[in-house]
Design a protein around this ligand. Structure first.
Ligand SMILES: Nc1ncnc2c1ncn2[C@@H]1O[C@H](COP(=O)(O)OP(=O)(O)O)[C@@H](O)[C@H]1O
Ligand SMILES: [Mg+2]
Length: 295
């Protein structure tokens, strides 16, 4: 695998020199491998949105570097526009930015801006609509006739249609009902699996991160508190709780059992894995007892 994003000693200050000066990012360094699905988690105000705004050049570092696909974004003579195509950013509540008369036109807006021909634009609109489960009938309707979840999927499809190398989404499931959340997040997961594109997903739900990401970056007070595989981060559940973050319910149960003295692992973060772990422990116990049939 090769590195697609590298962040070096990134610092970002809002309103420098003013009484309300805020260091939103302080000495942040990490890198993302191409093809990864990275979840970014942290309490409100920890710097998540400010961080991802750097990935496509929306925010300019106060100091430090952003390197995308081997190129220093803010180096002299660098072509910022090319980074906007490389990194597709889906803002929070992106449905507020829909404005065309039909959903199809809204999805086509980005590809049109890229100067692609009509046939290619149509192919991309169709593909993005398929990834986000939007029917042909819906595509011909005005975005304003759609439900909240459908509107959001149109907005996400618009970014997918630009075929970025990296898709970055800021809380894509925020404000949706549980069904809407699951639909959108599973579609993003399927898109990642089918295309192999790097996905960065900001969420404040540990359950969602556990279910969809393979690596987790934990932000706390403008700094990176942890950055590792999902298993390794959830194995540090007590520290996560100290940072004011929750851990998945199933991890909390395993943590409690361990506190009660049971010799069990705590890097358990999905229900299927929990079942597997309990089965395995059960079989070990049966084995110790000798003779009992554990099949
Ligand atoms: N436009 C802004 N002007 C001033 N301060 C801001 C602005 N946006 C965010 N901040 C501050 O920067 C810090 C990080 O915010 P943000 O990146 O939005 O965090 P998160 O997305 O994790 O909630 C917070 O202290 C927030 O108040
Ligand atoms: Mg935010």
């Amino acid at each position: 695998m090769s590195e697609i994003i590298r962040v070096e000693h990134l610092k970002y200050v809002y309103n420098p020199g003013m009484p309300d000066e805020t260091a939103a990012l302080d000495d942040v360094s990490f890198s993302i491998e191409e093809g990864d699905f990275v979840g970014i988690i942290g309490s409100t105000g920890s710097g998540k949105s400010t961080l991802i705004g750097h990935f496509n050049g929306l925010n300019r570092p106060t100091s430090g570097k952003i390197i995308v696909d081997g190129k220093d974004m803010w180096a002299e003579g660098s072509d910022l526009r090319s980074f906007r195509f490389l990194v597709g950013l889906v803002f929070q509540y992106p449905e507020y930015q829909l404005f065309e008369e039909t959903c199809a036109k809204d999805i086509a807006f980005g590809p049109k801006n890229m100067g692609l021909d009509d046939a290619e634009i149509e192919r991309r609109v169709k593909e993005a609509a398929a990834f986000t489960g939007l029917s042909d009938d819906l595509l011909q309707r005005s975005p304003f006739e759609l439900s909240g979840g459908q509107k959001r999927r149109v907005a996400i499809a618009g970014v997918m249609a630009m075929e970025p190398r990296i898709l970055v989404l800021d809380e894509p499931a925020a404000g949706l009902d549980p069904e809407g959340r699951d639909t959108i997040l599973s579609q993003i997961k399927a898109y990642h699996e089918k295309t192999g594109i790097t996905v960065v997903l900001v969420s404040h739900s540990m359950e969602d991160i556990a279910k969809y990401a393979n690596r987790v970056l934990v932000m706390s007070h403008a700094k990176v508190a942890m950055y590792d595989t999902v298993e390794k981060v959830f194995a540090r559940a007590p520290e996560l709780l100290e940072l004011g973050l929750s851990v998945p319910q199933v991890t909390q149960i395993f943590l409690k059992l361990r506190q009660k003295g049971l010799d069990i692992p705590i890097d358990v973060y999905t229900v299927p894995y929990a079942v597997k772990t309990i089965r395995r422990l059960w079989q070990q116990e049966q084995g110790k007892g000798g003779g009992a049939d554990a099949s």
